[in-house]
Write a protein that binds this ligand. Structure first.
Ligand SMILES: O=C(O)[C@H](O)[C@@H](O)[C@H](O)[C@H](O)COP(=O)(O)O
Length: 249
């Protein structure tokens, strides 16, 4: 990582979601002026989805060449296709369907993790998602070059599906299956910490007083087993995009 994380405070959750959206669109424009394609990793969770909905509302949405943008997920709930808990479905409803129908995002650029099938275990499904990621890796690499990787932060300081004190935290490789997630649903597929930390920019987003302890622990250098959120970082930049309440203000 280059330097300490930058903490950007917004007054409330709505402004924060709009700020994340504006920042993402501006970042995509900046990148598209120098390189292509772009790989963006989106997150589930309330604020993650609210931020995607804010992208759809932002007039800059029409300035991006969406045909050259790829979407991935940092984690996915391993539930059947169409289950309302699936991060994919929520992201499609908030933004991705609109980008496909009105802004030229090719459906093939939306790279989902597998849906639950009772013949496929969660670890096998996680490996299949890892293979998809691998196909978009530059020569010699194992993952796409993630330009922006967004992560919600849980009240226990988890990110993606990497929970405090959970064995998933120390797994190596690109992806792993989680069988007993403390946050429902229990079965999940997640990028590993190592995989997250290959991203150029990691953006952690948090809002509300219920996140204040988690944010304080993560920014206060608590060990990884207590605050996984404090142990993710971009190779170029790490941003904490938060509202005042999540800083205890
Ligand atoms: O699929 C998920 O559940 C997530 O990706 C998870 O890591 C989420 O981002 C955080 O738990 C924050 O979620 P909230 O914003 O809803 O608190």
């Amino acid at each position: 990582m280059t330097g300490s994380p930058l903490v950007v405070v917004h007054p409330d959750a709505t402004t924060l979601a709009d700020g994340v959206a504006a920042r993402l669109l501006t970042r995509l424009l900046d990148i598209q002026s120098v390189r292509s394609p772009i790989h963006v990793v989106v997150t589930g969770g309330t604020l993650g989805i609210a931020s995607l909905a804010a992208v759809a509302r932002n007039p800059l949405v029409s300035a991006i060449d969406w045909s050259a943008v790829h979407f991935w997920w940092g984690d996915e709930r391993y539930v059947p296709a169409g289950d309302p808990d699936r991060n994919e479905g929520q992201a499609r409803a908030a933004l991705l369907d609109f980008l496909v129908s009105s802004h030229g995002l090719p459906p093939r650029n939306v790279h989902v993790a597998p849906c639950f099938r009772d013949t496929v275990g969660v670890e096998e499904a996680a490996l299949a998602y890892g293979s998809d990621l691998n196909e978009f890796a530059p020569v010699g690499g194992s993952l796409p070059s993630f330009d922006v990787l967004m992560l919600g932060v849980g009240p226990d300081a988890h990110v993606a599906s990497l929970f405090p004190g959970h064995p998933g935290l120390s797994r190596t490789g690109i992806t792993t299956g989680i069988e007993d997630s403390p946050k429902p649903p229990p079965l999940r597929i997640t990028l590993t910490l190592d995989a997250i930390n290959t991203a150029r920019e990691v953006w952690l987003i948090a809002s509300g007083a219920s996140k204040a302890d988690a944010v304080a622990r993560a920014l206060g250098s608590a060990p990884v087993d207590e605050a996984p959120a404090g142990h993710v970082h971009g190779t170029e930049r790490t941003l904490w995009l938060v509202d005042a309440a999540s800083l205890g203000e």
